[in-house]
Design a protein around this ligand. Sequence first.
Ligand SMILES: Nc1nc2c(ncn2[C@@H]2O[C@H](COP(=O)(O)OP(=O)(O)OP(=O)(O)O)[C@@H](O)[C@H]2O)c(=O)[nH]1
Length: 684
Amino acid sequence: MGYYRRVSSHALRSLKCPSLLTRLSPAPAKFGSLSRRSGGGSGAFSSPSFGFGYAYGFCSHSRSNLKESAIDLIQYPPERIRNFSIIAHVDHGKSTLADRLLELTGTIKKGHGQPQYLDKLQVERERGITVKAQTATMFYNYNLDGLKADEGHETQAFLLNLVDTPGHVDFSYEVSRSLAACQGALLVVDAAQGVQAQTVANFYLAFESGLTIIPVINKIDQPTADPERVKAQLMSMFDLDPSDALLTSAKTGQGLEQVLPAVIRHIAPPPGKSNSPLRMLLLDSYYDEYKGVICHVAVVDGAVRKGDKISSAGTGQSYEVLDIGVMHPELTPTGVLLTGQVGYIVSGMRSTKEARIGDTLYHSRNTVEPLPGFKSVKHMVFSGVYPADGSDFEALNHAIERLTCNDASVSISKESSTALGLGFRCGFLGLLHMDVFHQRLEQEYGAHVISTVPTVPYIFEYSDGSKLEVQNPALLPSNPKSRVTACWEPTVIATIIIPSEYVGSVITLCSERRGQQLEYSFIDSQRVFMKYRLPLREIVVDFYNELKSLTSGYASFDYEDADYQQSDLVKLDILLNGQTVDAMATIVHNLKAQRVGRELVEKLRKFIDRQMFEIIIQAAIGSKVIARETISAMRKNVLAKCYGGDVTRKRKLLEKQKEGKKRMKRVGSVDIPQEAFHEILKVT
Ligand SMILES: Nc1nc2c(ncn2[C@@H]2O[C@H](COP(=O)(O)OP(=O)(O)OP(=O)(O)O)[C@@H](O)[C@H]2O)c(=O)[nH]1
């Protein structure tokens, strides 16, 4: 057993926070022997008396721009490879730590002027969050006896694959996929904030995947840092030995020299079989305009070379490997990938639909047992996406096709709406994911979209016994009560960590959102850990913002999907001058229908301009109107502003008016501006 004990089930039973045991479901299906190892730490290099003070490595020079074959992967058999991930709560410093490790190994230049190097998307830079997991291959020379290389002691070259993962709850699927390629994880915790909700969630993802977990207490340079308190939390929550924790500041560089030696010593090499036929797990894929589909892969067994013929277990299609290499940190051809290595291949796939995430790729000449792959992705939120200008449908179609090439976790199907025309029904992992998808559509593909009220997938049972999953409220008959015998809504198990002085207001919030408390315990003298079962509908819109504002920003929140629960649901319709706006229909709990209806019509009144006739806005359940607002008529003629007969000016104004109209959606005779659709998203 290596120095870094992985948590035993016995240890977990004695956790002071017994609630966490509920997360310990059997490990998710993943690829064979990589998923569960029996020994913690590095079998080959276990050293019970390892101390950080004397471990020295020195970096190899940057090879980012080296040509093919300049990196000789033959030098790196599995025992010289370490695949590890960095996991943490949002903003605890994963990407900054990843930057420092890339610099330390010379993979990127120091002061490269691009903070959070692995956050490559514009949306990641702007929001300061990681959305896509990224892998980088680093080379590091290290003396296993901890002797200084610069004093002439011999070192060995190691290949380290680092996976930077997202911290936000919406992207935990991305984290669990990334962990499939790793044998260990650095669990980064902010020295001032301590253990937060996503620390708990990510710890269990790594734990369930059988990874060796190395705790890293980061941001120790902060004046409010309290590493001792964090060590105590790690012990009480996860049974992680406080003396194992590394203390670092990714900002000042303090303590960083301990990190890679700890990775090499305590994380096991990948366990695949070099002599077995090739089995390669497809981790991710994206579309590159010049190279076509690029697949990120982990070679579990055997080896693959440029020119090899490979087949997909998922689709049965065969390909030739046209390019192959590692991300160092950009695509760097190597001509080969060997057992345990993580890299990329280009194989002439025409679309990312052929590159199924979790698929097994193997040599066409062999037959192999496919790897178990991943749990299928679960869509929590659905929303309609329509072109702001109806005539842009084809352009939007093209933009969505291209974006889904790089974000396979969105589900897409075509739909149409009387109000909005032709569009798409999209399934997302959460609201942030939905937001990011819209932003990427606009920024990367120049598409302007209107999205409809997000909904969760409800189940309705009809009198004939049939059950229907409803992802689009508009498809539900307006008076469902007549035929519906029962309905169910999805729930989540939420983890909330807060300072104890906010307990009262958070409990009130959760009960307003129809929550049921499952657990309540103290992490330490100041922090409380709570578990709630909450209807998913109640948290998708604005729950986190409200939780943050109630707790002055101190709350942290995470959730995992749970069962469906029976519920009293109704469809709420919005009518404009008597005509139903299908794109604004929503499903709500009967007890909340009145309030939501009133808020919706008030919002719409603010956002719909006065027009030349009176507009009546109504919210209704079936034929019963529950809220009503009126916008009085106004006469408005843009040309009336033109005195005299300046034709160009008149034409300009007419053009402007036309442009404005394009951004409106017409229901009957009423023009609805885009903002109205955006604003009603926020009504809970
Ligand atoms: N003082 C201090 N600030 C740090 C340190 N490490 C990171 N930060 C800052 O903390 C903020 C968040 O850092 P990131 O590296 O983006 O955090 P992250 O965990 O990758 O964030 P997500 O990808 O959104 O989950 C940034 O402003 C960093 O500059 C540290 O050691 N000390």
